[in-house]
Structures are given as structure tokens and as C-alpha cells.
Design a protein around this ligand. Structure first.
Ligand code: PGA
Length: 265
């Protein structure tokens, strides 16, 4: 089945305002100069940067929520990195999916391993966040992945399938849910799984998602140390529909080179 690739950048807690706007401008120049079709592009900066980044995109004629293709280039979306399950309330420091949408987001990451680790996020909470994203009309990008110990003890497929089962419901459809397979041990380490391991895990995830939602066609991204130098190999793997990129998404040149590797698929 033909699925449009998605190259998503997770800026994590990086990006001060002037640098962020310079990166967006630099990326937009590349988007505008690109001839023909490319993958969908998504940037997930710290939430406070969403409104100025949206304003910058709009200045360039690229509306991040309902993107016009800027000058023939690929669409560029904005997303949040997390959301609270509730719409509003006494939750100091949190942000709701609706607020992200107001700020210009069309997507939100949910269940990233750094949230699972730093904030103790588990299945039911992550499921509630996926539902909140859908309530607000956002595409949820559910992040799943095993630790090194789980991989070394042969538990990786069971752990990842359990994470998928815990977070998804029959309401999830390809238009509102993307999965990102991110082995925890590959994030920020320069390590990546073998091509075979990625292919097996993506097939395992695809089976779980289809069983739960009753629908084929969900996009499954690979994440964890994706760089310009390994993007072509990772993106060529059967069942890989794009990438979730951390460190390399902070440079417009590197992010664009990863996007170009997806275009060449
Ligand atoms: P990385 O991060 O590309 O820096 O490994 C990926 C992620 O955490 O989404």
C-alpha cells in the first residue's frame, strides 16, 4: 500500500527564538527551492515556539495546519511534543491538545521514551493522551520502543506490542494516528538496529495496529539516531514510512538531507 512518507523533527528542549526562526527560514528556503513532490515534513519544537514559527510559515505562504504546498515543495506541519489528557483544569505546567492546536500544531508526539522515563508515563495515561489529541483534531504520533535490556533478553517484540495495545483504540485510523518505533537504546546514542531488526519490528507493530484498529495503512516511522549518513538505508527498509529525528532535526541542512533521502525511496 502506498503511504506518503513523513519526516518529523523532535527538537526536545532545544531552540531559542532567534535560532528557531533562522532554522525555519533556512528549511523553508530548501522547501521552496525543491522541485516536485517530497515527504511530508513536521517540526515539533518546544510549545512556546509554535506561534512564532507558525507566523514565520504563514509569512512564507506555508500554513502549517492546512498546508499549501509552498512553491511546489512538500507540506510543512508543526506539532507539540506532549499534551495533557484534559481539555483544561488545575494542572500546573501542562498544556492541552486544544491549546497546541490553537498555537498552530496539527500533530502531537505521545509517549516518547523521555516522557515515559522522566515523567513515569505508562499505558493508560498515554492512551488518554492519544484520545485527547483526537478530541482536539490533532494527529497523534505514538512513540514505542524497547530498552537495551529488553532487547538483549528477547523481549523487544512483546514489549513494543504491549505498548501499542495499551495506547490504541478502535477509534485510531491512518489519518489520525502515526506510530514511531524508537528503540530507547538508539535514541541520542549513534547506535541503530540492523535493517532486519527494524523490518521485523515494523511488521510486528503493523500487525498489532491492524488487529486493534481493524484498518491497514497506518504510517510507522523509525526513530533513534537517524542522520543524513544513515537515512537512505533506514528509509529504504520495507515497512518504514518515514523517520522521527531528534538531534539531526536541529540543523535545517541535516533535516533536509534526511527528507531528500525519503524522497529518493
Ligand atoms: P535522536 O532522537 O534522533 O537524537 O536519536 C530521536 C528521538 O528521540 O525522537
Amino acid at each position: 500500500m502506498e503511504r506518503t512518507s513523513l519526516i518529523a523533527g523532535n527538537w526536545k528542549m532545544n531552540g531559542r527564538l532567534p535560532d528557531a526562526l533562522a532554522e525555519v527560514r533556512s528549511l523553508l528556503q530548501r522547501v521552496e527551492a525543491a522541485a516536485g513532490e517530497g515527504p511530508e515534513l513536521l517540526l515539533c519544537p518546544p510549545a512556546i515556539l509554535l506561534p512564532p514559527m507558525r507566523a514565520e510559515l504563514e509569512r512564507h505562504g506555508a500554513n502549517s495546519r492546512d498546508p499549501e504546498k509552498p512553491a511546489g515543495g512538500p507540506p510543512l506541519f508543526l506539532g507539540g511534543q506532549d499534551c495533557h489528557p484534559a481539555q483544561a483544569g488545575a494542572h500546573t505546567g501542562d498544556i492541552s491538545a486544544e491549546m497546541l492546536r490553537d498555537a498552530g500544531a496539527s500533530h502531537v508526539l505521545v509517549g516518547h521514551s523521555e516522557r515515559r522515563l522522566d515523567h513515569g508515563e505508562r499505558g493508560p495515561l498515554i492512551a488518554a493522551k492519544v484520545a485527547a489529541a483526537h478530541r482536539a483534531g490533532l494527529v497523534a504520533i505514538l512513540c514505542v520502543g524497547e530498552t537495551l535490556k529488553q532487547r538483549e533478553t528477547g523481549q523487544a517484540p512483546a514489549v513494543v506490542s504491549r505498548q501499542v495495545r495499551a495506547a490504541l483504540s478502535a477509534d485510531c485510523v491512518p489519518a489520525n494516528l502515526v506510530i514511531a518505533y524508537e528503540p530507547v537504546w538508539a535514541i541520542g546514542t549513534g547506535l541503530t538496529p540492523t535493517v532486519e531488526d527494524v523490518a521485523v519490528m515494523h511488521a510486528t507493530i503493523r500487525r498489532s495496529v491492524e488487529r486493534i484498529t481493524g484498518q491497514p495503512g497506518h504510517r510507522i516511522l523509525y526513530g533513534g539516531s537517524v542522520k543524513p549518513g544513515n537515512a537512505a538505508e533506514l528509509l529504504a527498509i520495507d515497512g518504514v514510512d518515514g523517520a522521527l529525528v531528534g538531534g539531526a532535526s536541529l540543523s535545517a541542512a541535516d533535516f533536509w538531507s534526511i527528507a531528500m533521502a525519503a524522497r529518493a525511496r
